[in-house]
Ligand binder design. Structure first.
Ligand SMILES: C[S@@+](CC[C@H](N)C(=O)[O-])C[C@H]1O[C@@H](n2cnc3c(N)ncnc32)[C@H](O)[C@@H]1O
Length: 202
């Protein structure tokens, strides 16, 4: 099997790092990544946060490919990747300070995005953070022509996928106990949304 490769990860890893350097605190110990894909983000980003254990996850069919990256890179603070399908799996039974996910909300069906947001509300404690990278639309409008085109292409492949509305994500996150603390403009018409878990109420 050949190591999978994402050119987009090569381009967006540095801008993502800049934001994570603002969001990750020295006291943070565990980061859970949802939909790690090729594993390139973990390989690039984890060494910048040596006090943090990075937990990559994805659907089963992605795990073998990302293991090739991890075996080659031999990075101390990346854990073995595990299957986490947000439609059916719980998080590993650990306390996570950060959940990071890149380019997943427009791929996962909306009901699965909602399952993930519910799960984060259930499993994250006060002051944990959620960082979501990807394209979003605002007030029913795409932020660029290319994002509108991207949305069309996504829907042609899978009608239940598509660029999500910021307002829907924000409302659902609020419903699950999070407040938005930052919305960064990123290269190539992407955004990076940062949420903070409010006081936990069971
Ligand atoms: C466009 S890729 C992004 C991969 C990587 N995060 C990146 O930025 O290159 C979307 C990822 O979401 C994953 N995914 C799709 N449905 C999922 C689900 N129900 N649960 C977890 N991951 C899912 C896919 O397997 C895929 O790896």
């Amino acid at each position: 099997m050949e190591k999978p490769f994402s050119p987009a990860c090569e381009r967006n890893s540095d801008p993502i790092l800049e934001v994570l350097e603002e969001v990750i605190l020295p006291s943070d110990r565990r980061l859970l990544e949802i939909g790690s894909g090729t594993g390139q983000h973990a390989v690039y980003l984890a060494p910048h946060f040596p006090a943090l254990e990075w937990y990559p996850t994805d659907l089963s069919d992605k795990l073998a490919g990302m293991k090739l990256w991890f075996q080659e890179a031999k990075i101390q603070n990346i854990q073995m990747p595990t299957r986490l399908d947000v439609a059916r799996d719980d998080f590993p039974k650990l306390k996570f300070d950060i959940v990071f996910t890149a380019n997943t909300f427009h791929i996962m069906h909306w009901k699965d995005c909602k399952s993930l947001m519910k799960l984060m509300g259930k499993r994250l404690r006060e002051n944990s953070r959620v960082v979501i990278y990807g394209p979003f639309k605002y007030n029913e409008e795409f932020t660029s022509e290319s994002n509108a085109e991207f949305d069309k292409n996504l829907k042609a492949r899978d009608p239940l996928s598509g660029v999500r509305a910021f307002e829907d994500v924000n409302n659902n996150m609020a419903k699950n106990g999070f407040e938005i603390v930052a919305d960064y403009e990123m290269p190539a018409n992407n955004r990076m949304l940062v949420f903070n878990r409010l006081k936990f109420s069971p």
